[in-house]
Design a protein around this ligand. Structure first.
Ligand code: GLN
Length: 238
Protein backbone atom coordinates (compact mmCIF):
# COMPACT_ATOMS: atom_id res chain seq x y z
CA UNK A 1 0.00 0.00 0.00
CA UNK A 2 1.23 3.50 -0.86
CA UNK A 3 -0.07 6.67 0.76
CA UNK A 4 -0.04 9.77 -1.45
CA UNK A 5 0.92 12.83 0.56
CA UNK A 6 0.24 16.26 -0.90
CA UNK A 7 2.70 18.91 0.32
CA UNK A 8 1.25 22.34 -0.49
CA UNK A 9 3.67 25.03 -1.66
CA UNK A 10 6.89 23.68 -0.08
CA UNK A 11 8.93 26.57 -1.57
CA UNK A 12 6.98 29.51 -0.09
CA UNK A 13 5.33 27.83 2.90
CA UNK A 14 7.98 26.06 4.93
CA UNK A 15 9.08 27.79 8.14
CA UNK A 16 10.71 26.63 11.39
CA UNK A 17 11.21 23.02 10.37
CA UNK A 18 7.77 22.43 8.83
CA UNK A 19 9.27 20.03 6.27
CA UNK A 20 10.12 17.76 9.22
CA UNK A 21 6.41 16.97 9.44
CA UNK A 22 6.54 15.29 6.04
CA UNK A 23 9.62 13.32 7.12
CA UNK A 24 7.87 12.19 10.31
CA UNK A 25 4.85 10.89 8.40
CA UNK A 26 7.12 9.16 5.88
CA UNK A 27 9.30 7.51 8.55
CA UNK A 28 6.43 6.30 10.73
CA UNK A 29 4.85 4.80 7.61
CA UNK A 30 8.12 3.14 6.52
CA UNK A 31 8.67 1.63 9.98
CA UNK A 32 5.34 -0.13 9.50
CA UNK A 33 5.97 -1.24 5.92
CA UNK A 34 3.65 1.41 4.42
CA UNK A 35 5.05 3.19 1.34
CA UNK A 36 4.66 6.93 0.78
CA UNK A 37 4.67 9.08 -2.30
CA UNK A 38 5.27 12.79 -1.62
CA UNK A 39 3.72 15.18 -4.14
CA UNK A 40 5.30 18.64 -3.95
CA UNK A 41 2.58 20.98 -5.13
CA UNK A 42 3.65 24.35 -6.57
CA UNK A 43 1.47 27.00 -8.30
CA UNK A 44 0.06 25.76 -11.60
CA UNK A 45 0.52 22.06 -10.86
CA UNK A 46 -2.28 19.50 -11.11
CA UNK A 47 -3.52 17.86 -7.91
CA UNK A 48 -4.10 14.13 -8.38
CA UNK A 49 -7.48 12.74 -7.26
CA UNK A 50 -6.06 9.99 -5.08
CA UNK A 51 -4.54 12.08 -2.27
CA UNK A 52 -4.47 10.40 1.16
CA UNK A 53 -2.91 13.08 3.39
CA UNK A 54 -2.63 16.86 2.89
CA UNK A 55 0.04 19.02 4.52
CA UNK A 56 0.68 22.77 4.34
CA UNK A 57 3.19 24.77 6.40
CA UNK A 58 3.82 28.34 7.46
CA UNK A 59 5.14 31.30 5.52
CA UNK A 60 5.85 34.98 5.61
CA UNK A 61 3.10 37.44 4.71
CA UNK A 62 4.84 37.97 1.34
CA UNK A 63 4.87 34.20 0.68
CA UNK A 64 1.18 34.01 1.51
CA UNK A 65 0.56 36.82 -0.96
CA UNK A 66 2.47 34.95 -3.67
CA UNK A 67 0.34 31.81 -3.42
CA UNK A 68 -3.00 33.61 -2.90
CA UNK A 69 -4.21 33.48 -6.51
CA UNK A 70 -3.22 29.86 -7.06
CA UNK A 71 -4.79 28.82 -3.75
CA UNK A 72 -8.12 30.27 -4.91
CA UNK A 73 -7.96 27.99 -7.96
CA UNK A 74 -7.41 24.83 -5.96
CA UNK A 75 -9.70 25.79 -3.04
CA UNK A 76 -12.74 23.79 -4.27
CA UNK A 77 -10.65 20.65 -4.68
CA UNK A 78 -9.04 21.08 -1.25
CA UNK A 79 -12.47 21.69 0.30
CA UNK A 80 -13.75 18.50 -1.28
CA UNK A 81 -10.84 16.52 0.23
CA UNK A 82 -11.42 17.99 3.69
CA UNK A 83 -15.19 17.40 3.54
CA UNK A 84 -14.50 13.78 2.54
CA UNK A 85 -12.49 13.37 5.77
CA UNK A 86 -9.04 13.36 4.17
CA UNK A 87 -6.54 13.73 7.01
CA UNK A 88 -5.08 17.21 6.69
CA UNK A 89 -2.55 19.18 8.70
CA UNK A 90 -2.20 22.90 8.04
CA UNK A 91 0.20 25.06 10.01
CA UNK A 92 0.33 28.80 10.62
CA UNK A 93 0.40 30.48 7.18
CA UNK A 94 -1.67 27.81 5.42
CA UNK A 95 -3.85 27.35 8.52
CA UNK A 96 -4.75 31.05 8.28
CA UNK A 97 -5.48 30.68 4.56
CA UNK A 98 -7.75 27.68 5.11
CA UNK A 99 -10.04 30.26 6.76
CA UNK A 100 -11.80 33.27 5.22
CA UNK A 101 -8.83 35.63 5.02
CA UNK A 102 -5.65 36.94 6.64
CA UNK A 103 -5.43 40.72 6.99
CA UNK A 104 -1.77 41.70 7.29
CA UNK A 105 -0.38 44.51 9.47
CA UNK A 106 -0.26 46.63 6.30
CA UNK A 107 -4.01 46.22 5.91
CA UNK A 108 -3.73 43.89 2.90
CA UNK A 109 -6.39 41.21 2.88
CA UNK A 110 -5.14 37.84 1.61
CA UNK A 111 -8.12 35.69 0.64
CA UNK A 112 -8.35 32.19 2.06
CA UNK A 113 -10.01 29.01 0.84
CA UNK A 114 -12.94 29.41 3.30
CA UNK A 115 -12.78 25.69 4.10
CA UNK A 116 -12.66 26.54 7.81
CA UNK A 117 -14.91 29.10 9.46
CA UNK A 118 -12.24 31.36 10.92
CA UNK A 119 -10.59 34.66 10.17
CA UNK A 120 -7.22 36.17 10.99
CA UNK A 121 -6.16 39.77 11.46
CA UNK A 122 -2.57 40.83 12.25
CA UNK A 123 -2.01 42.19 15.75
CA UNK A 124 0.48 44.85 16.88
CA UNK A 125 3.09 42.45 18.22
CA UNK A 126 4.29 39.08 17.01
CA UNK A 127 3.45 36.11 19.21
CA UNK A 128 6.71 34.21 19.47
CA UNK A 129 7.92 31.35 21.62
CA UNK A 130 7.52 27.79 22.79
CA UNK A 131 3.95 26.68 23.28
CA UNK A 132 2.24 23.77 25.03
CA UNK A 133 -1.42 22.97 24.64
CA UNK A 134 -3.83 20.42 25.99
CA UNK A 135 -5.93 18.57 23.42
CA UNK A 136 -8.88 16.23 23.99
CA UNK A 137 -7.66 13.64 21.47
CA UNK A 138 -3.87 13.68 21.73
CA UNK A 139 -3.16 14.89 25.26
CA UNK A 140 -0.41 17.46 25.62
CA UNK A 141 0.95 18.80 22.33
CA UNK A 142 4.09 20.92 22.12
CA UNK A 143 5.57 23.24 19.50
CA UNK A 144 6.88 26.68 18.65
CA UNK A 145 4.83 29.63 17.42
CA UNK A 146 5.76 32.81 15.56
CA UNK A 147 2.91 34.78 14.06
CA UNK A 148 1.45 38.26 13.86
CA UNK A 149 -1.98 36.94 12.91
CA UNK A 150 -4.70 36.69 15.55
CA UNK A 151 -7.16 33.98 14.59
CA UNK A 152 -10.78 33.91 15.68
CA UNK A 153 -12.83 30.75 15.26
CA UNK A 154 -16.45 30.82 14.11
CA UNK A 155 -18.97 29.47 16.61
CA UNK A 156 -19.33 26.16 14.81
CA UNK A 157 -15.57 25.47 14.95
CA UNK A 158 -13.79 23.43 17.62
CA UNK A 159 -10.30 24.35 18.75
CA UNK A 160 -7.47 21.85 18.35
CA UNK A 161 -6.57 22.48 21.99
CA UNK A 162 -6.43 24.82 24.97
CA UNK A 163 -3.29 26.84 25.68
CA UNK A 164 -1.23 25.79 28.71
CA UNK A 165 1.73 28.08 27.98
CA UNK A 166 2.00 30.39 24.98
CA UNK A 167 -0.47 32.45 22.95
CA UNK A 168 -2.30 30.13 20.52
CA UNK A 169 -4.97 31.47 18.19
CA UNK A 170 -5.09 35.02 19.49
CA UNK A 171 -3.46 35.25 22.94
CA UNK A 172 -6.83 35.99 24.54
CA UNK A 173 -9.38 33.20 24.48
CA UNK A 174 -6.91 30.35 25.26
CA UNK A 175 -7.91 28.42 22.12
CA UNK A 176 -5.23 26.94 19.87
CA UNK A 177 -5.84 25.86 16.31
CA UNK A 178 -8.89 24.13 14.97
CA UNK A 179 -10.06 20.55 14.44
CA UNK A 180 -12.69 20.06 11.75
CA UNK A 181 -13.44 16.53 10.54
CA UNK A 182 -9.94 15.06 10.01
CA UNK A 183 -8.38 18.46 9.39
CA UNK A 184 -6.11 19.98 12.03
CA UNK A 185 -5.12 23.62 11.75
CA UNK A 186 -2.54 24.89 14.22
CA UNK A 187 0.12 27.53 14.89
CA UNK A 188 2.58 24.92 16.12
CA UNK A 189 5.83 24.70 14.17
CA UNK A 190 8.89 23.04 15.49
CA UNK A 191 8.35 20.75 13.56
CA UNK A 192 5.18 19.54 15.23
CA UNK A 193 4.93 15.86 14.31
CA UNK A 194 8.31 14.37 15.39
CA UNK A 195 7.65 15.54 18.98
CA UNK A 196 3.96 14.64 18.93
CA UNK A 197 3.79 11.17 17.37
CA UNK A 198 0.16 10.61 18.37
CA UNK A 199 -0.82 13.37 15.95
CA UNK A 200 1.28 11.77 13.19
CA UNK A 201 -0.34 8.40 13.81
CA UNK A 202 -3.81 9.96 13.69
CA UNK A 203 -3.08 11.22 10.15
CA UNK A 204 -1.68 7.85 9.04
CA UNK A 205 -4.51 5.84 10.61
CA UNK A 206 -7.25 7.96 9.06
CA UNK A 207 -5.52 7.76 5.68
CA UNK A 208 -5.38 3.96 5.86
CA UNK A 209 -9.00 3.71 6.99
CA UNK A 210 -10.19 5.95 4.16
CA UNK A 211 -8.17 4.00 1.63
CA UNK A 212 -9.31 0.54 2.71
CA UNK A 213 -12.82 1.47 3.89
CA UNK A 214 -12.16 -0.57 7.04
CA UNK A 215 -11.15 0.26 10.59
CA UNK A 216 -7.41 -0.28 11.07
CA UNK A 217 -4.89 -0.69 13.86
CA UNK A 218 -1.41 0.75 13.60
CA UNK A 219 1.56 -1.31 14.68
CA UNK A 220 2.84 0.15 17.97
CA UNK A 221 6.30 1.72 17.63
CA UNK A 222 8.96 2.35 20.22
CA UNK A 223 8.53 6.08 20.84
CA UNK A 224 11.21 6.42 23.47
CA UNK A 225 13.16 9.09 21.58
CA UNK A 226 10.04 10.97 20.48
CA UNK A 227 8.79 11.06 24.06
CA UNK A 228 12.12 12.41 25.25
CA UNK A 229 12.03 15.13 22.60
CA UNK A 230 8.50 15.97 23.72
CA UNK A 231 9.55 16.20 27.37
CA UNK A 232 12.55 18.41 26.62
CA UNK A 233 10.37 20.71 24.48
CA UNK A 234 7.74 21.02 27.25
CA UNK A 235 10.43 21.89 29.80
CA UNK A 236 11.82 24.76 27.74
CA UNK A 237 10.97 28.28 28.91
CA UNK A 238 8.84 30.35 26.57
N1 GLN B 1 2.67 35.50 8.07
C1 GLN B 1 1.78 34.93 9.03
C2 GLN B 1 1.79 35.67 10.35
O1 GLN B 1 2.75 36.33 10.66
C3 GLN B 1 2.09 33.47 9.21
C4 GLN B 1 3.41 33.23 9.92
C5 GLN B 1 3.83 31.79 9.95
O2 GLN B 1 3.43 30.98 9.13
N2 GLN B 1 4.71 31.46 10.88
O3 GLN B 1 0.85 35.57 11.10
Amino acid sequence: MTLNILHLYPKEMNLYGDHGNILAIKRRCEWRGIKTNIIHYEPGDEIPDDIDIIFGGGGQDSGQGKIEADLQKIAPKLKDFVERETPTLVICGIYQLFGHYFETSEGKKIEGTKILNLKTVAGDTRLIGNITISTPEFGEVVGYENHSGLTYLGEDMQAFGTVITGAGNNGKDMTEGVKYKNCIGTYLHGPLLPKNPRVTDFLILKALENKTGKSQKLEVLNDHIEQRAHKVAVSRPR
